[in-house]
Design a protein around this ligand. Structure first.
Ligand code: AGP
Length: 617
């Protein structure tokens, strides 16, 4: 859950590190720090509790020396409060010549710490990380071989870690190791980079290598070597990053979230690009590794967390309806602890924006070990999930920096529509015409999203009016239900308001007791033309709560004349095939949460207690 960056090369290292940390700050933002070895050969470290800007100001006032090698870290605290002392880097040994940063949790740190305390080592922090710094420094004092000392120590660590190390006596090399935490190498000309993800260095190079599990990287300005923990050399293929560096900057928007919401016409178009032809036919070449399996799968299990799990819930409706395969959606962290039934004909679909969510990675590994095939729906190139899955469907939403997921969500949903149509085509569960019509409807989504985004003044004003609300409820039915859950999650994480999403039909089974005079309830209303008369049922549900004092805010389809008589406020979305409506109806909810957060003076991009990717279990 922390961001790490490393650099060796001719550029101003402090600038490269701080620029990389800025792009990784979404991963953790309760403290930050850097170490460099300056051109005089001295290790210099600066670290500060609080947002990265505090460290930047400090370095601006008292600059670090010119340097061509360094490491940087932005922290989401696990062991030890967010203080200057607990911020990374941590120094090792009596001479304090070794500097180390870490993302993850060293699970056996207490036992290692006792060993070091008995040997008379004193600690400057309460972190699990510092033990690694002292252990490597102690080994190096014995062997004078930094790489061997590093190997020896990483083999002793349990848990999840990406660790970067530098030593003043070895000023040309950064060492890195990864187990259960992400690490990517950026390859430059006469310079090389390390990062938790490609965003750390995409402004400097588009060439990258994804580091595998239990691997060590030896990074110099003109050479990169990869080996396993036993020291055997490993070759890994490089890939080209297709993210534009400017896509990871705010570009004039008030927040990353505002930009990412506005990106959605483009990000959804990018998800569809080259996958749906103008006649509506879907082609998913990436699924070639699943060619022999797809005709015979008898079950799909989707594993995901948070917003990605709600996207998976929408996917369940589409796959079951179009491809007629039973689908269950499981929270990744629950999945593997309940002894699920997996067979060689089970397809597990792991959905993750970052591709580094530890719970989802562990669920995926469990599924593979049990003999299932795994498809990942992932947004981040080179991510661990993408590498470990049998096939990958990239969402191509571009970098998502704000902690609250928005454009990744809509692109995940669209990816699942594509998957559903692809499987339905293979299994002939729907006529070609029907599938192509839906394919053509998908192609209309970017323009329809733009339409929703062009008319948001009303929802923005409403958000301001509700800034003091204590509870907001969200209701939906069918594909509107996961959108109600997502709307509630957005409001919790951004505005710290208690909010719950319910299936509208469930209300009378208990939650209706929550309704009292003035209670705001946002209702996702299905199309009045839906074949199952859900519209009428939701209107009845609305009346049940209105008669108990609720204030109803409806998200409804353009031209729905009836709904206005049943709600205090109505926001319209364009007419769209009912299954595709979530991609449009979620947008007012994203804006509502963002505006309410701003109205309360909160940090929209970096809400309290959260990090963008949760790389610990
Ligand atoms: C969304 O707004 C959240 N911050 C969070 O629920 C997120 O979707 C979840 O942690 C999963 O992340 P992933 O998609 O990177 O796996």
């Amino acid at each position: 859950m922390c961001g790490i960056v490393g650099y060796v090369g001719p550029k101003s290292t402090v600038d490269v590190l701080l620029g990389g940390l800025k792009r990784l700050e979404y991963r953790g933002y309760d403290s930050a720090g850097v170490s460099v070895i300056n051109t005089l050969g001295t290790l210099e470290t600066r670290k500060k509790a609080g947002k990265l800007s505090i460290l930047v100001d400090d370095i601006y006032k008292t600059p670090l020396g010119e340097a061509h090698i360094g490491i940087g870290h932005t922290r989401w605290a696990t062991h030890g409060a967010p203080t200057d002392g607990n911020a990374h880097p941590h120094l090792g040994g009596n001479t304090q010549k070794l500097s180390l940063i870490h993302n993850g949790i060293i699970e056996n740190f207490s036992e290692l710490k006792s060993e070091l305390l008995e040997a008379g080592v004193s600690f400057a922090s309460e972190t699990d990380t510092e033990v690694a710094a002292h252990l490597i420094a102690r080994e190096y004092d014995k062997t004078n071989d930094l790489i061997e000392s590093f190997r020896t120590v990483v083999r002793r660590l349990h848990g999840a870690f990406t660790i970067l190390v530098m030593h003043e006596d070895e000023p040309g090399v950064v060492l890195a190791a990864r187990r259960n935490a992400p690490l990517v190498i950026g390859l430059g000309e006469g310079e090389n980079f390390l990062g938790s993800d490609v965003a750390a260095f995409v402004e400097h190079t588009k060439r990258a290598i994804s580091v595998g599990q239990d691997e060590i990287v030896i990074l110099r300005k003109d050479a990169v070597e990869i080996e396993n923990f036993a020291g055997h050399k490993i070759e890994r293929e490089e890939f080209l990053i297709d993210w534009d560096a400017s896509a990871a900057s705010k570009g004039g928007w008030s927040s990353f979230m505002a930009k990412e919401i506005a990106d959605q016409p483009q990000s959804v178009a990018d998800t569809l690009m080259s996958r749906v032809s103008s006649d509506g036919t879907v082609h998913l070449e990436e699924l070639a590794p699943l060619t022999s399996l797809l005709p015979k799968i008898d079950r799909i299990i989707m594993v995901a967390c948070g917003t990605a799990a709600y996207a998976a819930e929408v996917g369940k409706y589409a796959i079951e309806s179009w491809a007629r395969i039973p689908v269950s959606v499981e929270l990744s962290h629950e999945f593997r602890y309940r002894d699920p039934i997996l067979t060689p004909n089970t397809l597990v679909v792991a959905v993750s924006q970052s591709g580094e969510t530890m719970d989802t990675l562990m669920a995926t590994r469990y599924a593979k070990e049990a003999g299932a095939t795994v498809l990942s729906i992932c947004n981040t190139q080179g991510a661990t999930l993408a590498r470990e899955a049998d096939a990958v469907l990239y969402t191509h939403a571009g970098p998502e920096v704000a902690v609250a997921s928005t454009k990744a969500f809509t692109s995940q949903i669209v990816s699942m529509y594509l998957l559903a149509l692809h499987i339905a085509g293979i299994r002939n569960t729907r006529s070609l015409n029907e599938l192509q019509d839906t394919g053509k409807n998908l192609l209309k989504l970017p323009a329809q999203i733009a339409d929703v985004l062009s008319n948001t003044q009303g929802i923005r004003s409403l958000a301001k009016a509700y800034k003091d609300a204590e509870t907001v409820l969200f209701l939906g039915r069918n594909v509107g239900f996961p959108i109600a859950l997502e709307g509630a999650l957005k409001l919790k994480e951004l505005a710290y308001i208690h909010s719950e999403g319910f299936a509208a039909g469930e209300l009378k089974h208990g939650p209706i007791a929550l309704i009292e005079a003035g209670q705001p309830v946002i209702v996702i209303v299905p199309s009045p033309n839906d074949p199952d008369s859900l519209h009428a049922k939701v209107i009845s549900n609305i009346e049940e709560i209105r008669s108990r004092g609720a204030k109803v805010i409806a998200i409804a389809e353009e031209g729905d004349q009836r709904v206005a008589q049943h709600a205090e406020e109505v926001f319209f979305i364009p007419k769209v095939q009912q299954m595709l409506a979530p991609v449009l109806s979620v947008i007012p909810l994203q804006i509502f949460a963002m505006e309410l957060s701003s109205a309360k003076g909160l940090d929209v991009d970096q809400p309290r207690n959260l990090a963008k990717s949760v790389t610990v279990e």
